[in-house]
Design a protein. Structure first.
Length: 142
């Protein structure tokens, strides 16, 4: 289970240094094998390979009227591996698709991560916090 936010800078080659607290779990559960793909909200999703395979199978089973969404998720997916120092290369194509330059936010989202361009994430978070809370939270206790 991945959770928490980390402010992380990409290096000049577009490599992301995965926070140390996640590396042992990724080594044990995914043999350092990850898959990165696009998210419809404008960020990237980073899956440990076993979780990606479950997600991929669900997407592949969608009906033909979801073909463009299959292309977005599956057609943009890139398999990567953590290197010996815990870094992973985020391809130029995926960085461009998500508007990621250097400063990012890596969010643990349970079974996967989201990788956001930091200014974009901060703006979208402020927008969400400034608006009404979704109805699903009406009976939710904090």
């Amino acid at each position: 289970m991945f959770q928490g936010a980390s402010s992380v800078s990409l290096d000049a080659k577009g490599r992301l240094s995965v926070p140390t607290r996640h590396r042992d779990v990724l080594a044990a559960t995914a043999a350092n094998q990850l898959t990165i793909t696009r998210h419809p909200h404008g960020c990237l999703m980073i899956f440990p390979r076993p979780e990606w395979e479950k997600f991929r199978d669900r997407i592949a089973a969608l009906p033909v009227d979801a073909q463009w969404w299959k292309r977005i998720f599956l057609g943009n997916a890139m398999d990567v591996e953590l290197d010996g120092t815990g870094r992973v290369l985020v391809s130029p194509e995926l960085r461009k698709a998500a508007g990621i330059t250097r400063e990012t936010m890596l969010l643990g989202m349970g079974n996967h991560f989201e990788l956001w361009d930091k200014p974009t994430y901060e703006a979208k978070e402020a927008e969400a916090l400034g608006g009404p809370m979704p109805d699903v939270f009406k009976d939710f206790s904090f």
